[in-house]
Write a protein that binds this ligand. Structure first.
Ligand code: HEC
Length: 148
């Protein structure tokens, strides 16, 4: 029994460690600091409120969806997940909504902005949305250790 328990423990540990170091791991992912005020303008420019509810921005009456951005009870738990949910919406679906409403055949009903949004806009947009979530601590790369 003792061996079984420690075996399971070791297996879990191995899974956690291997996940973090795998080629698909978000480890090392880091965008530069963004400007939240400019990000709010990006949010307005791309009419995210047409489908999303976020503090400080009123949703238009004719909004297609009212999917809340921010708060605790969401799928988005880390910085990497927040960026992913914008550039790859079908990766994981928002929690708390009927799947039949928010996706079709595994594809999110969220509009994809990858061909129109600049990377600077994305960086600022994320800086605007991020404080609305209680995300797990995210460490920016500390560039002082690099030598050029
Ligand atoms: C046409 C409607 C539509 C528009 C426009 C839209 N979204 Fe979405 N968005 C969705 C839907 C539907 C979901 C839920 C399905 C999913 O998670 O992909 C979603 C999910 C998200 C999520 C994940 C929420 C969670 O709790 O998991 C984020 C973050 C997000 N959208 C950000 C944005 C941003 C930023 C914009 C503007 C640049 C935007 N969306 C524009 C429909 C839209």
């Amino acid at each position: 029994m003792k061996y079984l328990v420690s075996g399971v423990f070791f297996l879990c540990l191995l899974l956690i460690v291997s996940c973090d170091k795998g080629a698909d791991s978000p480890r090392g992912f880091s965008l530069p600091h963004g400007d939240a005020d400019l990000g709010k303008q990006v949010f307005i420019k791309y009419q995210c409120s047409g489908c999303h509810q976020i503090d400080d921005i009123t949703q238009p009456q004719e909004a297609e969806f009212s999917i809340r951005l921010g708060g605790k009870t969401t799928q988005v738990k880390t910085y990497a997940e927040l960026v992913t949910s914008v550039i790859n919406p079908s990766h994981k679906f928002a929690r708390g909504y009927p799947l039949s409403k928010i996706q079709q055949d595994g594809t999110s009903k969220m509009k994809v902005f990858n061909d129109v949004m600049t990377i600077t806009e994305l960086i600022n947009l994320v800086a605007f949305i991020q404080p609305h979530y209680e995300l797990m601590p995210y460490k920016n790369t500390n560039y002082q250790y690099y030598t050029y």
